[in-house]
Write a protein that binds this ligand. Structure first.
Ligand code: ADP
Ligand code: GLC
Length: 481
């Protein structure tokens, strides 16, 4: 049996702000259970719902030194869907209304979490062969494993993997403070190790010290070796390209299943969506106060409202878009300028635009089920799960050809009758608009073609089946088996 430990700052269904939670919550149960025992460790945030907090079982607690501080580490556990989840408890670090706060707080919070996650292992009696880290929050772990933890018999020889879900976020703060927080010696703070451009950089530390590096699509793995997508670490990505691989994300086919989804009103399948899916559109129009109209082209957006996702293109085209017979349903939170932008257009085009500026798992399922198309014109997109969920729900994605969007959405070709969605290449508002208009013209004028696009989209397999095997191969390669 090979032991794998996922260390992550979020995991669904316990706590989620984005796609990382979906991945950390669904991938571990997809490994071959005869061969791999994959467990997950994450913070016990105070903002987790009571429903989950009440189910956690106390395991043990101890005090741990973090540089000159001595901190309480509580450990709780829960077995869910056949997977062991461990939760690190510390009220000083993990209170607050959201998992992430100001970066200077997060820098200390995740230094604590990373060290606590490793320190907890002997007391829970689980020695991983591989620690699999996710994003900058856990970037210090490969560093720590090569540092002090090597002194303990228990930790010697443990391998580490880091998966980059988003290179934009690197966990950067000044060297002096990070040295003070972590207690790591000056040795580590040079440009070939943790330092980048004069500051300490957690993600860089992880990338330098991990035994293997993955990211969440093939295209993104290539893109980040170039300056435009490399977020100033493209040189490092090129240097480590032999140890970097892209493994595309899957989604949980039980959670995201239009045939059984308890969060949608009307179930449907790849066979009967032509008749049944529309019932969800009617229900959502009613719920959100949109005009009751079966034929209106309904476009969905479920997203963090940030520049990454291409909202400046949408802001630029909103007025023109709304001159068409369409409806736009937005669910998301994020940058104030985009929240206000959507509120404004919902006011200006009542009955046509619905702005839902909050987080809701339940509403997200309804949007995926109800809409005709899903718009995701990202500036960059490591993988993207929303377009994959859309494909599964027979909602046709309209995307920009970048990162995982390029790898998961095959553009419609009307001459060959192939493709599962619509896409455009350049980050340009009119290109996006023309692509959306093209999609709309197929929807209105060639309904049979449109439905065949849905047929093909619903037939593609984006469960974890093939990607989980690729992670297993990598684990085996790392362990020399
Ligand atoms: P990212 O991780 O960059 O935010 P992904 O497409 O990989 O983008 O994953 C986003 C996930 O978060 C999807 O499961 C999406 O449905 C969900 N999501 C984003 N915003 C909201 C929201 N306001 N309410 C509910 N779910 C949301
Ligand atoms: C990140 C990326 C997104 C990816 C997700 C899960 O948040 O922005 O593209 O799907 O991580 O890997």
């Amino acid at each position: 049996m090979k032991n794998i430990l996922f260390v992550t700052s979020e995991a669904a269904p316990f706590i989620k702000t984005g796609g990382l939670a979906d991945v950390a919550g669904s991938l571990p149960k997809c490994f071959n259970k005869e061969e791999f025992d994959c467990r997950v460790i994450l913070p016990k945030y105070q903002c987790m719902s009571e429903e989950w907090k009440n189910q956690l079982k106390y395991v043990t607690h101890f005090y741990m030194n973090l540089s000159w501080r001595s901190q309480y580490v509580g450990i709780l556990e829960l077995e869910y869907d056949g997977v062991h989840f461990y939760f690190i408890d510390n009220e000083y670090y993990f209170s607050g209304p959201k998992p992430y706060g100001n970066i200077y707080q997060d820098i200390e919070k995740f230094a604590f979490f990373s060290k606590a996650a490793l320190s907890a292992l002997p007391s829970i009696g689980f020695r991983p062969d591989i620690v699999h880290c996710h994003d900058w929050e856990t970037g210090l772990i490969p560093v720590m494993l090569k540092d002090k933890f090597q002194e303990g018999e228990f930790y010697r020889g443990i391998k580490s993997v880091i998966t980059i879900h988003n290179l934009k976020f690197q966990g950067v703060w000044d060297v002096k403070t990070v040295r003070d927080i972590t207690g790591l010696p000056a040795y580590y703070f040079t440009p070939d190790k943790l330092e980048a451009y004069g500051d300490a950089n957690y993600l860089k530390g992880g990338i330098v010290y991990a035994d293997a590096i993955t990211t969440v699509s093939d295209t993104y793995a290539e893109e980040i070796k170039m300056p435009f997508y490399g977020e100033r670490l493209d040189g490092l990505m090129r240097a480590r390209s032999n140890d970097l691989r892209g493994i595309v994300n899957g989604i949980d086919y039980e959670v995201w299943n239009p045939e059984t989804d308890p969060l949608i009103e009307h179930h449907y399948t790849a066979k009967n969506f032509r008749k049944e899916k529309i019932k969800n559109k009617r229900a959502l129009q009613r719920e959100l106060g949109l005009e009751q109209n079966d034929s209106s082209f309904m476009v969905g957006i479920v997203s963090r409202l940030t520049d990454q996702k291409g909202f400046d293109l949408i802001a630029y085209m909103m007025d023109e878009m709304c001159q068409n017979d369409l409806q736009i349903v937005v669910l998301g939170t994020g940058e104030e300028k985009y929240e206000d932008m959507f509120r404004h257009f919902a006011w200006k085009y009542q009955g046509k635009v619905s702005a839902n500026i909050f987080y809701s798992e339940a509403l997200s399922h309804k949007v995926y089920a109800a809409c005709d198309a899903f718009l995701m014109p990202s500036l960059f997109e490591p993988c993207g799960l929303s377009q994959i969920i859309s494909l599964r729900y027979g909602t046709v994605p309209v995307v920009r050809e970048t990162g995982g969007l390029k790898d998961t959405v095959q553009p419609y070709n009307e001459y060959e009758s192939t493709g599962t969605g619509f896409s455009f290449a350049n980050y340009n508002a009119h290109e996006m608009y023309n692509t959306l208009k093209y999609a709309m013209s197929i929807y209105y004028n060639k309904k049979r073609e449109w439905n065949k696009i849905i047929d093909r989209g619903m037939a593609v397999d984006f469960s974890w089946n093939s990607s989980a095997r690729k992670y297993e191969e990598m684990y085996n390669w790392l362990l020399g088996c």
